[in-house]
Design a protein around this ligand. Structure first.
Ligand code: ADP
Ligand code: MG
Length: 246
């Protein structure tokens, strides 16, 4: 049984064409504290971007700006040449904790805020993350990894075009992280959304992303394309993973 879904072709390139997300001189200060300074960035549709950098370098702030949870000090954010605010509904943000409502069932958490007949869609979203059979359970009855799957389903039901992941696997054990890698990769292949993944796990960034951006002192210190085909976990290139699989 294969635990990882591999990128056989550049399937994501199907979804590409033009720039999806654009940062123009994006600057953020908290009072006197400069956090992000005139970031310039263009992200094509469907790209899987990992953002890495030391704790406190502004990674979460960057995602919050893109999600509209923080306001810019200066600069411009746009998607498809429109202000990003026009795309809020296409954008979902996921955190290190699933942030589920404990008094609602798993299914109700996935359908949170939706009107009308969302139950079938919520079930379908749960099926996609492999948790169809947990629909009636409470969040407290799930493991950390399962709760993150529910958070993913809650994002999927909105059919996002931009998925912002803020260290979503940071609190999970290594084996669960590995399973989540496979799931995130599968969903990305299938849905073709643009992903911005914040992680402090550099191997994770290289394994999952098309492109790795290093934030350093409020600037982009490194902007690396990861060539395809990427090293596969079964090959000796990643001894940690192949050891688990053999
Ligand atoms: P990272 O996610 O890379 O660890 P953050 O984006 O959370 O970093 O924070 C970047 C810097 O901005 C840190 O110095 C942090 O203390 C500061 N910061 C973040 N949010 C706020 C806020 N709401 N008010 C004041 N300072 C903040
Ligand atoms: Mg952070």
């Amino acid at each position: 049984h294969q635990t990882a879904v591999y990128r056989e072709t550049s399937a994501a390139s199907r979804h590409r064409g033009g720039s999806h997300l654009r940062l123009d001189g994006v600057t953020k200060r908290f009072g006197d504290l400069p956090v992000l300074e005139a970031l310039q960035l263009e992200i094509p549709k469907g790209q899987f971007v990992a953002i890495v950098g030391r704790s406190g370098c502004g990674k979460s702030t960057l995602l919050k700006l893109i999600a509209g949870l923080e306001t810019l000090s200066d600069g411009k954010l746009s998607a498809d040449d429109q202000p990003l605010s026009a795309h809020r509904d296409d954008t979902r943000l996921m955190f290190q904790e699933a942030r589920l409502l404990p008094w609602k069932s798993v299914l109700d958490n996935v359908g949170l805020g939706l009107k009308g007949d969302w139950r079938m869609r919520a079930l379908e979203a749960l099926r996609e993350v492999g948790l169809e059979d947990k629909a009636a359970m409470w969040p407290s009855q799930l493991s950390g990894g399962q709760r993150q799957r529910v958070a993913l389903a809650r994002a999927l039901i909105h059919q996002p075009r931009l998925l912002l992941l803020d260290e979503p696997l940071g609190a999970l054990d290594a084996l669960t992280r590995l399973e989540m890698h496979a799931l995130i990769e599968k969903l990305w292949q299938r849905h073709g959304f643009t992903v911005l993944l914040v992680t402090h796990d550099v191997p994770e960034a290289v394994q999952l992303a098309d492109r790795v951006i290093v934030l350093e002192d409020g600037h982009i210190g490194l902007d690396l394309e990861i060539p395809l085909p990427r090293p596969r976990p079964r090959e000796p290139a990643s001894p940690g993973v192949s050891a688990l699989e053999t």
